[in-house]
Design a binder for this molecule. Structure first.
Ligand code: AMP
Length: 316
């Protein structure tokens, strides 16, 4: 049976549904969870559906996360979206779940879930939620749901630029247009910036560094963000400004969260880098991964590893 049909059967049997995401929210986990909530709520009017995600200000046009109680965790059908590992669940109460459904597009390193739908080839989890919508007879969705799913697709595909985007992805976008999507409004909101961010971007571009073989990186300290009055997430988003430099198909942004937590965002073109991420305790996709490390020493080891990888790639 189509796995989505199995999930639909479960949804029909339960009056309460709770949708969980991963920590350090992005457009796809927030978009997928709201999209799924809106499909279920619009199609089955009698069900109580909650989506739990971290509120990040650049996605505030999608509204705040639902508030979730202990009771909700105990008596809801739980669906985890866009999360490879329960250790990275947005809520402590979700980290040791016994019964959960998984819908995800990351490598299936932890195949949790009594129903497990994992499609690594999909460019965004939101694509999978649209497949769910298409499998549900008589499915309905609100305007918010349409906007959320588009947000997931457009952010995780790098504006439909990353590998994994297919004709099917774009047909799904077409479907969202047919359902009333105002893509221009969302793109303008996502692209909106501030003078502080522009000035900080100038700092990042001025101060980026390069390893011997061409891995581009920037190390952002707490005091840098303070000086430019920049939020942590906005500083992290500067990773996209480091890409596309000729001869440098690997780039990394290191952002110091506190004295023993440095978050790394690794990106690449054509060269898989998720094995390096896994080696240092992180994970992610072939060309977009993340790691959290405890010291700048480890950062230097990550750079060495990536530099070696790039050297081998160039010598091949
Ligand atoms: P990010 O750089 O945060 O956008 O992450 C890129 C990809 O790597 C996303 O698919 C994340 O879910 C995944 N990822 C980020 N950080 C980690 C981590 N510490 N462990 C495992 N996967 C991660």
């Amino acid at each position: 049976m189509n796995k989505y049909k199995e999930i639909i059967k479960e949804i029909k049997k339960n009056n309460k549904i709770l949708i969980l995401t991963h920590i350090r929210a992005d457009g796809d986990c927030v978009g997928s969870s709201i999209g799924l909530r809106e499909i279920i709520k619009s199609t089955f009017k009698d069900k109580e559906v909650k989506a739990l995600y971290e509120n990040v200000h650049y996605l505030s046009y999608l509204g705040k996360s639902d508030k979730v109680t202990d009771e909700d965790f105990n008596d809801s059908l739980i669906i985890s979206v866009d999360n490879a590992s329960l250790k990275r669940c947005v809520d402590e109460r979700g980290k040791n779940l016994k019964r959960v459904i998984k819908i995800d597009h990351h490598p299936n390193i932890e195949p949790f879930g009594y129903i497990n739908v994992v499609e690594e080839e999909k460019c965004a989890c939101a694509e999978m939620i649209i497949d769910f919508y298409k499998s549900l007879k008589g499915a309905k969705i609100s305007k918010l749901g349409v906007e959320a799913l588009y947000t997931g697709l457009v952010t995780d595909s790098g504006r439909f630029k990353f590998p994994g985007v297919t004709g099917d992805t774009l047909r799904k976008v077409g479907m969202l247009y047919d359902l009333g999507l105002d893509a221009n409004k969302i793109l303008n909101t996502l692209d909106e910036t501030t003078l502080k961010e522009i000035r900080f971007k100038g700092y990042v571009l001025e101060n980026l560094e390069m390893t011997e073989n061409g891995v581009v990186f920037i190390k952002i300290k707490g005091e840098d963000r303070e000086r430019f009055e920049i939020e942590f997430d906005d500083a992290s988003n500067m990773v996209n400004s480091l890409g596309n430099i000729k001869g440098s198909p690997i780039w990394v942004l290191f952002n110091e969260y506190n004295s023993d937590e440095i978050r790394c965002r690794v990106r690449s073109i054509d060269i898989p880098i998720n094995d390096t991420a896994v080696k240092f305790g992180g994970g992610g996709h072939a060309n977009a991964s993340g790691i959290v490390v405890k010291s700048w020493e480890v950062v230097d080891n990550i750079l060495k590893d990536l530099d070696e990888k790039l050297k081998n790639f160039k010598n091949d």
